[in-house]
Structures are given as structure tokens and as C-alpha cells.
Ligand binder design. Structure first.
Ligand SMILES: *Cc1c(COP(=O)(O)O)cnc(C)c1O
Length: 376
């Protein structure tokens, strides 16, 4: 696949191998060890706010544990932003709970406070008060933090923040991953930094962290003879993967700058194209890591549709992708309740994610610019 321009590919910093070598030297080849603890500490000092971090095997596992910690039970309802990757909602299904989907607002593309409140009130009226709210920072953009928090507090519903895409983003100077009662990060291969596979649960409540580690290591009671009084999971992060994560933490700030400069690059030549808008921070309160740079195509002004442009790019070796298909439109969730209008559906129909890797070369960028402008 030489020469292909990927949407978002792993970008090593160079420091990763020393931590992996250390793990080999000390024979810490296991889902616990010094790299796991140190990776957690690195994340804690990066995020600030006195948070505690539990490193686990994936972002999906972290969401599953968050629902478990909140006490979601079989048959409960859980609210989830519709415009997101399926991993935000799959853990609701693992719990035997029911997802309730909510549309996006147009400024941050995240969960719409008006539709959210409507969903909560309707749930209460049906005798099914939602047990949790999953708000996502999509493509790295913080959701309307204050409005959503206010609603969660008003109805006393725990907030889970899915910041899988938003490590390094901020709202009013505070890091994403610190706004939920429980927040979630991902270090999958396509994210802003990667541990090859991994995730983290972030919380200001130390009891939640302790319990997350307990649950993610098979819920072993304090006994030598493998005693269990609770169902556990094998969700702890591997010490090898955590070594990659430690190396990546050394370059996280660079990765954020590089992705933000990709966004500025797209802005520099797309601003002049009538009918194209680049997804951007609504105001100075928002600082987006621009994990992906995303455009919207106005069908009344751009002759080619999203698929024609995507295929045209692909022919020239450039990978672009549609937005996440809203979950309320997914076959597996077709019978789910949905609150809101057609914002997420319109974004899906008109949006295209452009190559956004922190490792894009100047030559690759020039190639993308030339091909994209010709197609538009
Ligand atoms: C990647 C992602 C996840 C899942 O993380 P994994 O580490 O891949 O399990 C969850 N939510 C969103 C929004 C994501 O982009």
C-alpha cells in the first residue's frame, strides 16, 4: 500500500520501543505492570483536575465499565448521542439495557440539549427515567459542556463523556476527558495517539477507579484461592501496549498541533470554495484537537455528491470517509427511540472526513489539495 494517503494512521514518536524493551527486560509481559501504572500517571498529569485514570484494553471496554459502575441494570434505558461510532452504544446492549438516541445540534455536532431534555422528560413520563447520558466529543469537538451538565444535574442523571476522539481538546481551558462523572478515552490505531489498542476510564472519584481496576481484572476477592463474589472482566491494558502509550504521551502535544495545522491547511484553500464548509470551533471557548478534518458539501452549490467526491479521491490514492452513520439509522438499532430532527442525518448525507493524519507530508497535502479542488 505504498503511497496511499490514509484518513488517519498510527504515528510513532520514537520513544515507544524503550518502554517495550524495558517490559521485555523485566519480563512484565502481562496485562499489568510498571508501564500500565506509569501510563495512567502520564494521563492524569496531562488531564489535570486531580482525575484518576484506569487503563483498559479499549475505549469500548471503558464505556462498558462506566455503565457497570453507574449501576445500569437489565431493562434500563440509557441516552446516547446518535451521531457517533457504534462503540458508544454497543456497551448499552452488553448490559441488556435499551439505548435512546438523541440528535445533534448544528454548532458542535454533538448531543442537542433541547432534544436531550425532551428525551429525559418523555422517559420520566413513561416511568423509565434514563440511567445515564452518553455525550460524545465528535471528531474531537467538545459538546455544549455547560448546557449538557446542567440538564444532567437538573434530573440527577450520571453523565458519561465519550472523549475517545478528543484527547487534547479543551473547553474553556479544561481538558476533554474530565467533564463526565466518568469519561472515556481510546488509544485505537486511528486515534490521535495509539497504544495499538487500548482505552481509559477517567474519573475524579477514586472509588470508581479502584472498582474499575477490580472489575477489569476478573473481580478477584482478597483471597489466595481465586474467590469471586461478582462477575468480572478481562479488560486491563497490556503492559506492552501501555509502553507504546507512554511513548505516545511524549508527543501528544505535537500530534494535536499537527492535526490542527491540517485543519488550517484545509481552511486555507476551502474558504474560497462556495458550497463547502469546514467543521470548525464555534467560538473561543472551544479548542478542538481536530482529530479529523471534516467538510460539508452544499448540494445546491456543489455538483458532485459526497460519494462522487469520495470515489474521485480514492481513484487518486486518497482515503476519505463519510461521517459516522447516525445510530438511529443503523439496522441494529432500527427499533430504538430517537429524539430530535434531521441534523445528524443531514450531516451524514453531506459530510466527508478528509485525510487528517499527523504524519501527512507536504507532498501528500499538495496532492490532496490539487485533486480535491478539481473535484469540487
Ligand atoms: C474509537 C471510538 C470508541 C471506541 O474505542 P475503542 O478503543 O476502539 O474500543 C468509542 N467511541 C468513539 C466516539 C470512538 O471514536
Amino acid at each position: 500500500m505504498e503511497g496511499k494517503i490514509w484518513l488517519s494512521s498510527p504515528h510513532m514518536g520514537g520513544g515507544e520501543m524503550k518502554y517495550i524493551q524495558q517490559a521485555f527486560d523485566e519480563n512484565w509481559i502481562s496485562p499489568l505492570g510498571p508501564n500500565v501504572n506509569a501510563f495512567e500517571e502520564d494521563l492524569e498529569s496531562f488531564l489535570g483536575e486531580d482525575v484518576h485514570v484506569a487503563a483498559v484494553s479499549s475505549g469500548t471496554a471503558a464505556i462498558h465499565l462506566a455503565l457497570k459502575l453507574i449501576g445500569v441494570q437489565f431493562g434500563d434505558e440509557v441516552i446516547c448521542q446518535s451521531l457517533t461510532f457504534v462503540a458508544s452504544a454497543n456497551p448499552i446492549m452488553y448490559m441488556g439495557a435499551t439505548p435512546i438516541f438523541v440528535d445533534s445540534e448544528i454548532e458542535t455536532w454533538n448531543i442537542d440539549p433541547v432534544a436531550l431534555e425532551e428525551a429525559i422528560v418523555d422517559g420520566i413520563n413513561r416511568g423509565k427515567k434514563p440511567k445515564a447520558i452518553i455525550a460524545v466529543c465528535i471528531y474531537g469537538m467538545p459538546y455544549k459542556v455547560e448546557a449538557i451538565k446542567l440538564i444532567a444535574e437538573k434530573y440527577d442523571i450520571p453523565l458519561i463523556e465519550d472523549s475517545a476522539e478528543a484527547l487534547g481538546s479543551m473547553y474553556k481551558g479544561q481538558k476533554c476527558g474530565t467533564f463526565g462523572d466518568l469519561s472515556v478515552l481510546s488509544f485505537n490505531g486511528n486515534k490521535i495517539i495509539t497504544s495499538s489498542g487500548g482505552g481509559a476510564l477517567v474519573t475524579s472519584n477514586y472509588k470508581y477507579k479502584e472498582k474499575a481496576v477490580f472489575l477489569s481484572t476478573q473481580s478477584k476477592d482478597a483471597a489466595a484461592h481465586y474467590q469471586h463474589s461478582e462477575v468480572g472482566y478481562n479488560y486491563r491494558l497490556s503492559n506492552i501496549c501501555a509502553g507504546i502509550g507512554r511513548g505516545q504521551m511524549e508527543v501528544l502535544n505535537d500530534r494535536v498541533s499537527q492535526r490542527r495545522s491540517n485543519h488550517a491547511f484545509y481552511e486555507s484553500f476551502l474558504n474560497d470554495v462556495d458550497g463547502v464548509s469546514l467543521f470548525s470551533e464555534p467560538n473561543e471557548d472551544y479548542f478542538c484537537n481536530y482529530w479529523l478534518s471534516v467538510i460539508l458539501l452544499d448540494p445546491t452549490k456543489i455538483k458532485r455528491n459526497r460519494e462522487e467526491i469520495r470515489e474521485g479521491l480514492l481513484k487518486e490514492g486518497i482515503e476519505a470517509r463519510p461521517l459516522w452513520k447516525p445510530l438511529h439509522l443503523q439496522p441494529i438499532f432500527k427499533n430504538s427511540r430517537f429524539y430530535g430532527g434531521d441534523v445528524s442525518e443531514t450531516l451524514f448525507n453531506q459530510g466527508l472526513c478528509l485525510p487528517s493524519g499527523s504524519n501527512l507530508s507536504e507532498d501528500q497535502k499538495e496532492h490532496i489539495k490539487k485533486v480535491l479542488l478539481a473535484l469540487l
